[in-house]
Structure formats: structure tokens, C-alpha cells
Design a protein around this ligand. Structure first.
Ligand code: ITT
Length: 210
């Protein structure tokens, strides 16, 4: 069967290809022409994933998997939440490392006076699979942690250097890719996605792909 991953990010496409069965052929939005961007203007990760999955399934006429993810910090009322990618307001044309740096600085500044016991946070990843007719199923993965008061580690991306996982005694930026995938919000969401996909019998039941 074929699934479109609603991303132009080839890293994400590769990550999913590795974790899914070889029977699933994965396409990305790069494999289609004249695709109009679906706006991520929802109030939750799940809503954004749903909008993208349905919007791109209608345009490609294929099963489409979309994701949205980010960081929720309790002391900041759930911020940066759906605004995680551009929390600092840095223009999206800047390099991702500059954007990540500015986002982290903003969080550390806002959390300056917050004591350790109140620095709880979680990474969330929502995935939605849709056909042109609508949602087929949705899953979510979470990883609980604490926001540190300075950066630790160079691996990963985004908020990883300030996201400490007590059970591993390190930040997600101090973990290897394998270690992070085994416990991460994205790893958990993909595992649930695979389970649902196997239950759904979709392998033998694809009726509308091109
Ligand atoms: P797309 O083009 O696929 O939308 P994106 O960078 O916006 O790429 P996401 O929507 O998945 O990716 O993530 C939003 C932001 O949340 C991301 O830019 C990071 O700042 C943060 N984030 C998500 N997952 C993370 C992770 O595993 N580690 C660190 N930060 C993460």
C-alpha cells in the first residue's frame, strides 16, 4: 500500500520509512506538483495534524499521514504548545539552529524564577491518517520531563538541550538518536500508529490511490 507523508522534510520521511513495514510505500509532498500548503492554525497538535492529513489527502487523492508536535510547559500554561516552532517570533527564513537558539533563550528567560518542582513539561506528537473522505484514525505520544535552567548536550533539535528526562538522568540532547526514539513522543506515536494500521486491514483494502 502507499501512504503520503504530509511533509517536505525528507528526514521525517526517512524516520517513518524505517519504523513502518516494508509493505508500506511512502511518498512525500515532494512527489506531487502544485500542492497548496495547508495552514497549521489549529488550537491543538491533534487539530493541526487532522487539518493537514485531510487537506493533503484531498489534494493527493491518497491516504495521507500528517503530524504536529511541540513542547508544553505547565508553568507557562501549556506554552509554547502549537507555537513551538516559532515561539521567539524569529523569521522562518533564518537557519533552524538560530531559530532553536532564540526559542530556547525565550523559554529560559520566562522560566528564570520558576523552582525545580514547578518546571514540569512534556513533548507531544499527534499523528493523523486520513483519506480524501476524512479521518481514518488519530494517535498521540507524549514524553514527560523537566525544563533545565541551562543547555546540556548537542544532539537532536529544537528544545532538546533544555528537556531533562529524570528516568534517563539526561536531556534529550544528551541521548543518542536510538535512545531518544525508544522513549520519545514521536516514537510512541509511531508505535501506536503501526498497531492501528495493522488492525485496520488497510493493506488489502486500498481503493483510491493513483
Ligand atoms: P514541519 O515542517 O514538519 O512542520 P517543524 O519543525 O514545524 O517541521 P514540528 O511541527 O513537528 O516540526 O515541531 C514543532 C516544533 O516543536 C519544532 O520546531 C521544535 O521546536 C519542537 N519539537 C518537536 N519535537 C521535538 C523534539 O523531538 N525535540 C525537540 N524539539 C521538538
Amino acid at each position: 500500500m502507499k501512504i503520503v507523508i504530509a511533509t517536505t522534510n525528507l528526514g521525517k520521511k526517512r524516520e517513518l520509512e524505517q519504523m513502518l513495514d516494508s509493505e508500506v510505500e511512502i511518498l512525500s509532498l515532494r512527489d506531487f506538483k502544485n500542492i497548496k500548503e495547508v495552514e497549521e492554525n489549529g488550537q491543538s497538535f491533534a487539530e493541526n495534524a487532522r487539518k493537514k492529513a485531510i487537506g493533503y489527502a484531498k489534494q493527493t487523492n491518497m491516504y495521507t499521514l500528517a503530524d504536529d508536535s511541540g513542547l508544553e510547559i505547565d508553568a507557562l500554561g501549556g506554552a509554547p504548545g502549537v507555537h513551538s516552532a516559532r515561539f521567539s517570533g524569529t523569521h522562518k527564513n533564518h537557519s533552524s539552529s538560530l531559530i532553536d537558539h532564540e526559542n530556547i533563550e525565550k523559554v529560559l528567560q520566562l522560566m528564570k524564577e520558576v523552582p525545580k518542582s514547578k518546571r514540569t513539561a512534556r513533548f507531544v506528537c499527534s499523528l493523523c491518517l486520513a483519506s480524501p473522505e476524512g479521518v481514518i484514525f488519530e494517535v498521540e505520544g507524549q514524553l514527560e520531563g523537566l525544563i533545565t535552567s541551562k543547555k546540556y548536550g548537542d544532539n537532536g533539535f529544537g528544545y532538546d538541550p533544555i528537556f531533562y528526562v529524570p528516568s534517563m538522568d539526561k536531556t534529550t540532547a544528551q541521548m543518542s538518536e536510538e535512545e531518544k526514539n525508544s522513549i520519545s513522543h514521536r516514537g510512541e506515536a509511531i508505535k501506536k500508529f503501526k498497531e492501528q494500521l495493522l488492525k485496520s486491514n488497510m493493506f488489502s483494502n486500498q481503493t483510491f490511490h493513483k
